[in-house]
Write a protein that binds this ligand. Structure first.
Ligand SMILES: Nc1ncnc2c1ncn2[C@@H]1O[C@H](COP(=O)(O)OP(=O)(O)O)[C@@H](O)[C@H]1O
Ligand SMILES: [Mg+2]
Length: 269
């Protein structure tokens, strides 16, 4: 069974899509088979791998929009699984066709809120699933939370980055009522510049407030991430010796450790 993470935060620009892309490279490097699911109508993650022209021209049937479409609700969604140029990384892309389904008040949307969970339950060949969410807590993020084992919240350590975290936590608690296995929240400090006093202070504040739910590994602000993105490659596969790649690999390892510790705890309980 794959372990599924949804990357959520109602803030844009905090690193959700980048984290999905680069972490996928790190997990693949560690020999794991990764499924990336783009649930953001902006399709940034998909464009990161496939380029904007290709992504914009994809028909709805080949995007995650098809999961919400009543006409294809019971159809096979195999066309959604698009191989990337990289071994062990598969992508379910998204584009603007998803926008009309991303309505507010997602908990009022009936069975469709389970559509992503049902789809993922049929995908047996993956070890890790990373779901990239839009910068709001509407239906796309909600269905991702209903489908996930973990909610990962990327947080830049500064005022704008940390605003709105309580709303995200509350939404996770709500989703847990429908998906009790959404057991853990992980906060990931991203886009951090340790030369800045304000970033160091916010890191301490986040650790004091959220304790062990804050991952030890910190992802720095680094040009290697941006350069790799322009080459449409996860940093691990573009500049494996860069500090950015090494830290992303540490993050992947830390996440795997946490997963296996949780599994041990579950077995003991
Ligand atoms: N750690 C980082 N270092 C440098 N640039 C980053 C980093 N994380 C994200 N970015 C850049 O910031 C922008 C927004 O990041 P993105 O992952 O798209 O955020 P989100 O998906 O949360 O909206 C992108 O241009 C991305 O390349
Ligand atoms: Mg994004």
């Amino acid at each position: 069974m794959a372990t599924t993470f949804c990357l959520i935060n109602q803030k844009g620009g905090c690193g959700k899509s980048s984290t999905c892309m680069h972490l996928a490279g790190a997990f693949a490097e560690l020999g794991m088979s990764v499924l990336l699911v783009d649930m953001d109508p902006q399709g940034s993650l998909s464009q990161g791998f496939l380029g904007s022209e290709m992504v914009e021209s994809l028909p709805s049937l080949q995007t995650t929009a098809t999961l919400f479409d009543e006409n294809s609700f019971f159809a096979s969604h195999d066309a959604l699984l698009i191989p990337t140029p990289f071994e062990r990384i598969t992508l379910c892309p998204a584009n603007q066709t998803l926008a009309r389904f991303n309505a507010p008040e997602p908990e009022k949307t009936g069975m469709v809120q389970f559509a992503l969970r049902e789809f993922l339950a049929d995908q047996h060949e993956f070890d890790i699933v990373l779901i990239d969410c839009p910068p709001n807590l509407y239906r796309c993020s909600w269905t991702a939370m209903i489908a996930a084992d973990y909610a990962m919240i990327p947080v830049p350590p500064e005022d704008f980055g940390t605003q709105g975290l309580r709303a995200v936590h509350q939404c996770v608690r709500q989703a847990r009522k429908l998906n009790p296995k959404l057991s853990r929240i992980e906060h990931l400090i991203t886009r951090c510049d340790h030369r800045l006093l304000v970033h160091r202070m916010y890191e301490q504040k986040l650790r004091a407030l959220y304790g062990k739910t804050v991952l030890d590994t910190i992802i720095p602000e680094a040009s290697a991430f941006k350069v790799a993105l322009t080459r449409r490659r996860p940093v691990q596969l573009h500049q494996p010796r860069s500090k950015a790649a090494k830290l992303t690999l540490s993050l992947a390892r830390e996440i795997l450790e946490r997963i296996s510790m949780d599994e041990c705890k579950r077995k003991v309980a």
